[in-house]
Design a binder for this molecule. Structure first.
Ligand SMILES: Cc1cc2nc3c(=O)[nH]c(=O)nc-3n(C[C@H](O)[C@H](O)[C@H](O)COP(=O)(O)O)c2cc1C
Length: 305
């Protein structure tokens, strides 16, 4: 019997639990000549804002021990160009297309969602709340449960057609508290987590190794830290969790399932191998077979301490 890799995330059936994460797989289309997009459980597209954004100066990324630092500056084509030019081309693939959304005010988040509500071909929304709130002095929406619930409840009132996933910032003192606050105001699922604020300097040139002084750390270096966040959040909420941070191999994904995730996303691994998520789908099936796991969803929260 083949391993059953299918999962259900807040009413959305995915053929397998592996999605490409936002910002690491473009709009999916750029990878279509290298990757069979139909093999992926889903694609979370680059974060969409109301207006197009050029992003930060280069260099925008640098390698770190077991990871990567990035400050892309949320470059994107803007929600209208996404709906007009990218989404119709993505809709031909048998994979769930998830729109990652951000803004600098609550109104901006809602406006982006309103435009997406009228578009065909999307499976879910993923709200990125790791963004500075310009009305509250630049504090991140995701750093404070009050601000997070304000933006999530406004988003909840705005959308009705598709599930609303909320992507949490890892930089919170109590992830369980944040997760349940967001669940209470209507999130259908949680994505845990985004990158960790970090910096890389070059001692010889006395400068930052990227154009911005700080950036977000991702890759294998963060996996044990984010794994714990998934575990703590899963004890606090009933809604499903998509786990991500440093996933490369089948066992990385299985660890996230054991800690409480219902699906996983692959990010930084795409920079070393554009086929990383497609490869993970295959290796996950084989690994489950080796470990006598016939249904991937059965092992969720199944670890022994
Ligand atoms: C270059 C780059 C761009 C990213 N852009 C976004 C983005 O637009 N929206 C978002 O929610 N997360 C973004 N992320 C965060 C990733 O989706 C992911 O949460 C994070 O990198 C941790 O996973 P990883 O260790 O597998 O990369 C970005 C990450 C990288 C490396």
């Amino acid at each position: 019997m083949p391993v059953d890799l299918s999962v259900e995330i807040a009413g959305l059936r995915l053929a397998n639990p592996v999605l490409a994460s936002s910002g690491t797989f473009g709009y999916g289309l750029e990878f279509a000549h290298l990757v069979d997009l139909n093999r992926l459980g889903g694609i979370v597209v680059k974060g969409l804002s109301l207006e197009p954004m050029e992003g930060a100066a280069s260099p925008r990324v640098c390698e770190t021990p077991s990871g990567m630092l990035n400050a892309i500056g949320l470059q994107n084509v803007g929600v209208r160009a996404f709906v007009g030019e990218k989404l119709p081309k993505l809709a031909v693939y048998q994979t769930a297309v998830v729109a990652n959304v951000f803004g600098t005010t609550v109104e901006e988040y809602c406006e982006v969602l309103r435009i997406l509500e009228d578009a065909a071909g999307l499976a879910a929304y993923e709200l990125n709340i790791s963004c500075p709130n310009v009305k509250r002095g630049g504090l991140q929406f995701g750093s404070d449960p009050g601000m997070a619930t304000e933006v999530v409840s406004a988003a909840r009132r705005t959308v009705s057609k598709r599930p609303l996933w909320v992507k949490l910032s890892p930089l919170v003192s109590d992830i369980g508290k944040m997760a349940s606050a967001v669940e209470e105001v209507g999130a259908d699922a949680l994505t845990i987590a985004n990158t960790y604020p970090a910096m890389c300097l070059d001692a010889a040139s006395r400068s930052s190794r990227i154009a911005s002084p700080t950036g977000g750390l991702s890759g294998p270096a963060i996996k044990p830290i984010t794994l714990r966040l998934v575990y703590e959040a899963s004890k606090a909420v009933k809604i499903p969790i998509l786990g991500l941070g440093g996933i490369e191999k089948a066992d990385d994904a299985l660890e996230y399932f054991l800690a409480g995730a219902s699906a996983v996303q692959v990010g930084t691994a795409h920079f070393a191998d554009p086929r990383a998520s497609e490869r993970l789908v295959r290796s996950l099936g084989r690994r489950c077979d080796d470990l006598n796991i016939s249904k991937i969803s059965d092992i969720r929260c199944g670890f022994q301490s």
